[in-house]
Design a protein around this ligand. Structure first.
Ligand SMILES: Cc1cc2nc3c(=O)[nH]c(=O)nc-3n(C[C@H](O)[C@H](O)[C@H](O)COP(=O)(O)O)c2cc1C
Length: 466
């Protein structure tokens, strides 16, 4: 069989992900693998029709498609995202239709599931049948057990592609209705005090999004800066070189780092106003997120409010919604809300926009950042462990930040807790103590809270303030 590998890495053949593909190729000499280095060659593929056609011809002549890509910012790199947009804008679905597809990603397992879900959904939108994802941690291939897993994944993919079984579609097609939005008048500006608001937008002239951003900006009055994404001055997508790891200096000197530090980071309230393209925001927006990687793995938006203003069917894109919910909390910020133009009634959209503005401001003034829950807690632990274990040799800026801000909060470092847990474990190995503890389990679980109700300084303050 002929397998067409679509490589999303901007590093081309020198990519970690491609080593997994090389391994698969060696393990399956009876099949032919041809690789298209999409992420690396996106500029030429986008600019030259014949380059795009060459890729499509390779896809057409293949029996099955393998997406192979690193995970960048909870998705695929912006360059690969752009290619996916080109497939839809060029109506290239027929080249893929009916073929079997799978994906291989490498990452540090931080939101690799969302990247793979995205590829899965896009593959189904292109009429393909999804056989599965292989989500590797970067160095897994060095370990024999993972090499075995990869071989079995390859066998399953190739066998399925050969046998043509029926496969259930997982993601429903998007039904796009585009109600025209027109704001009913201009809202009274809120009293923003000294809060700064940034609205970063990729709105096309005359679009719903442009009108929505205008209304939101009016709500914030003079506090708002409405900044088109072009002002980010990007000459290209993140190259994945990780040269920034040492001291947060990007190899690009196109002005993006200054833009991020001087225009985005000082804002108290950040609104990302974007348009849904396929099942994510635009590749330009993705490029902004990817390029912000020069700041490393730190919560760069700590204490800020983040909102999303979206044109397009965000409610139908579960993975996009998960990413929008997770991104602010992973950056240490609070998600104030997501507003879209899906509600056909303009007045309802107006109300949602006004509420978003008021909520951003109220929460910014009170300083509320919701506990992030599973994604933020799990994300922190992955970063903490990986930076400390190996990445700190290169990611020195991260290491310095984690040390300074107490983010290396390993449970092993809490000596008091370790001693009390050891003592309690010994105690509970005495049958009579264990029996009585088991009987009183519920009571013991809430016992420590009792003193909170009598001693909490927060409750005392609240009582005083009425
Ligand atoms: C800009 C950028 C963003 C990244 N984002 C993520 C991420 O969201 N989750 C993750 O687990 N790894 C992330 N990584 C790590 C890469 O996925 C990982 O290094 C991958 O193995 C690189 O593969 P490649 O050499 O094939 O390009 C990111 C790396 C870069 C450079």
């Amino acid at each position: 069989m002929k397998i067409c590998v679509l490589n999303g890495s901007p590093k081309g053949n020198e990519s970690v992900t491609m080593q997994y593909v090389r391994f698969l190729e060696r393990a399956n000499p009876g099949h032919t693998f041809t690789t298209e280095n999409i992420g690396q060659r996106i500029a030429a593929i986008e600019a030259k029709e014949e380059e795009f056609k060459k890729v499509i011809a390779a896809i057409e002549s293949a029996d099955a498609i393998l997406f192979a890509t690193p995970v960048y910012f909870l998705l695929v790199p912006a360059q690969f995202k752009r290619f996916i947009e080109l497939l839809f804008s060029h109506n290239a679905g027929s080249a893929f239709f009916g073929k079997y597809a799978a994906s291989i990603t490498t990452s540090i397992h931080f939101f690799d599931h969302t990247a793979n879900e995205y590829l899965h959904a896009v593959a189904e939108d292109l009429g393909m049948r999804w056989t599965g994802s292989f989500m590797a941690k970067m160095d897994d291939l060095l370990i024999e057990m993972h090499q075995e897993e990869l071989v079995r994944f390859g066998q399953d993919f190739l066998t399925t592609a050969q046998q043509h079984p029926a496969i259930r579609r997982t993601y429903l097609p998007i039904t796009s209705t585009r109600p025209d939005y027109k704001s009913a008048g201009i809202p009274m500006p809120l009293d923003c005090g000294d809060k700064q608001v940034l609205i970063l937008t990729d709105a096309a002239p005359g679009s719903n999004l442009e009108k929505m951003t205008m209304r939101l900006a009016s709500s914030f009055g003079k506090a708002a800066s409405l900044v088109p994404i072009d002002d980010a001055k990007m000459n290209g997508g993140c190259l994945g070189c990780c040269r920034c790891a040492f001291d947060n200096t990007c190899v690009y000197t196109d002005g993006f780092s200054e833009f991020w530090k001087e225009t985005v980071l000082p804002a108290d309230i950040i609104i990302f106003a974007g348009t849904v393209k396929d099942r994510y925001l635009s590749a330009e927006f993705k490029q902004v997120f990817d390029r912000s990687f020069f700041m490393g793995h730190i919560p760069a938006f700590a204490g800020k409010q983040v909102g999303f203003l979206i044109e397009g069917p965000v409610a139908q894109c579960a993975t996009l919604q998960e990413i929008l919910r997770a991104y602010p909390s992973l950056q240490g910020a609070n998600l104030a809300g997501v507003v879209s133009d899906e509600d056909g009634i303009a007045m309802a959209v107006d109300e949602l926009i006004d509420s978003l503005a008021a909520r951003c401001l109220r929460l910014s003034k009170s300083g509320y950042v919701a506990p992030g829950g599973f994604p933020a807690v799990a994300g922190h632990k992955i970063f903490r462990d990986d930076i400390w274990a190996e990445m700190r040799a290169f990611f020195r800026a991260d290491h310095a930040y984690y040390t300074k801000h107490g983010l290396y909060d390993f449970p092993q470092s809490d000596l008091r807790q370790r001693l009390s847990t050891t003592f309690l474990s010994l105690l509970l190995s005495i049958p009579s103590v264990r029996e009585s503890a088991q009987k009183e389990m519920k009571k013991h679980m809430i016992e420590p809270f009792e003193k909170v109700f009598s001693e909490s300084p927060v409750l005392k303050r609240q009582k005083k303030e009425g």
